[in-house]
Design a protein around this ligand. Sequence first.
Ligand SMILES: NC(=O)c1ccc[n+]([C@@H]2O[C@H](COP(=O)([O-])OP(=O)(O)OC[C@H]3O[C@@H](n4cnc5c(N)ncnc54)[C@H](O)[C@@H]3O)[C@@H](O)[C@H]2O)c1
Length: 142
Amino acid sequence: MRYLVTGCLGFIGSAFCRYVIRNILGSTIIGVNRNSNQKHLKRLEEVLQNPRFTLVYRDLSKESMVDLLDKTDYVINFAARTHVDYSIKDPYPFLNDNVISVVNMLEAAKKSTTLKMPVKLDGQKKNGEERNREIGNALTEK
Ligand SMILES: NC(=O)c1ccc[n+]([C@@H]2O[C@H](COP(=O)([O-])OP(=O)(O)OC[C@H]3O[C@@H](n4cnc5c(N)ncnc54)[C@H](O)[C@@H]3O)[C@@H](O)[C@H]2O)c1
């Protein structure tokens, strides 16, 4: 299974990458993140040297993902601008990272010849705990 994980340097995305490389044998990951926070590279220390993991720096609100999505079975989208209370003061960075990036990704997904389906994991409040468990089970069954 070939995964593309966006926001791979983030809190959740990095934990997901570590989990998949540790537990899903034969899986590979292309991790994508904006090149903004080098201190968060530490979160991926465990997987960075693993040949099954590739880190690609890209700003998804500005740069295409078409080339990456053509080498991928599943996309897991964790890239986001969090701390949304700041959007009250200035909404535009949030629109770019949380809306335009997702539209760019879906448009690129249309062109992919390999992608099975894009996956968006939302927060527990939206999915419900039961749904989160189902998604977790589906990922570990592969
Ligand atoms: N942290 C939680 O407890 C939690 C719980 C439930 C759901 N979520 C959701 O999971 C997602 C990720 O949350 P997190 O806590 O890991 O956030 P985070 O801020 O730690 O990570 C987000 C990552 O996305 C990257 N990113 C943002 N915009 C980008 C862009 N345009 N191009 C490339 N990379 C970009 C950031 O650089 C960062 O590394 C969010 O949608 C959040 O709402 C988080």
